[in-house]
Design a protein around this ligand. Structure first.
Ligand SMILES: [Zn+2]
Length: 276
């Protein structure tokens, strides 16, 4: 079975650094933008040392855990003169493992930046000693990094699959359907509601495939296959620009291999005997 992503088996998450490793990796950001330095092959890598000038400009640093025994840190600095850009710019220019850890870093930094004060009583919060949490010394409320679970699903009907494009997609690009879980809802209810809302069809026989953290800004994508049951395509026009059934042997442009949407599509194509 295809395992997504490999980061889940190679990276060990920790909050407290027990003993420093000989080498470290630093995932360096300014605000939501990541430091862009590419090797001669055009591949992005985290920094293996934090130069003095970076260290002096550091505004926050968090130990994230270990990758094959090497300590990994999320760092925010004020490096105004360094080239930096959106994390999406790493897609295709680093492996899924590094992309995943960089995504973890930006979410931890953003959480810390936005939870400096208690949301209930407003006083200054402090870091929990052993957990990834900000704690109010007064009312003891704990604020953990926020995650937004979402479903992402491929609706299929034998040799055809339903793909859609939203108004922001590049021209000609189609993908799977996705949507956020609402309070009080099961994942299965979310999936059926989102598919019905966005394209008007009913689905059954849901099959969970796997998940992917998606740090734009804090989604956890839960990937499913869903079998078509009934109904014609009716677009939710504010959100969906177009949706169509496509023959599995004749697909439009679809997302790159860094995204779980592509993995879900490829998984189904393989089952239908199509090379991916
Ligand atoms: Zn409080």
């Amino acid at each position: 079975m295809f395992v997504w992503p490999e980061a889940q088996t190679q990276f060990i998450s920790e909050v407290v650094q027990s003993a420093p490793s000989d080498t470290s990796l630093y995932f360096v950001f300014q605000g939501n933008e990541i430091l862009l330095r590419f090797d001669p092959q055009g591949q992005w890598q985290p920094l293996s040392t934090l130069a003095d000038d970076f260290d002096k400009q550091k505004t926050q640093q968090h130990f994230m855990g270990r990758l094959a025994g090497v300590d990994c840190f999320a760092v925010e600095t004020d490096l105004v003169n360094e080239k930096k850009g959106n994390l999406r710019m790493l897609a295709g220019k680093t492996d899924n493992l590094m992309f995943s850890i960089a995504g973890r870093a930006t979410q931890i930094l953003d959480w810390y930046r936005t939870h400096q004060f208690c949301g209930r009583c407003g006083i200054k919060a402090v870091s929990h000693k052993v957990d990834r949490a900000m704690v109010c010394p007064e009312c003891k409320i704990h604020s953990y990094p926020r995650l937004s679970p979402s479903i992402i699903t491929l609706v299929h009907d034998k040799n055809r699959i339903l793909l859609a494009r939203n108004h922001m997609f590049p021209k000609g690009m189609y993908s799977t359907l996705a949507g956020f879980v609402e309070p009080g809802e099961s994942i299965e209810e979310t999936l059926c509601r989102e598919v019905k809302e966005e394209v008007g069809v009913n689905v059954a026989k849901l099959e969970y495939l796997g998940s992917q953290p998606w740090p734009f800004p804090n989604s956890l994508m839960l990937g499913f296959l869903a079998e078509y049951e009934s109904g014609d395509i009716v677009l939710q026009e504010e959100e969906i620009a177009d949706a169509q059934w496509f023959d599995v042997a004749d697909l439009p442009d679809i997302p790159g291999k860094v995204a779980i949407s592509r993995w879900i599509i490829d998984t189904y194509l393989e089952r239908m005997g199509i090379d991916v």
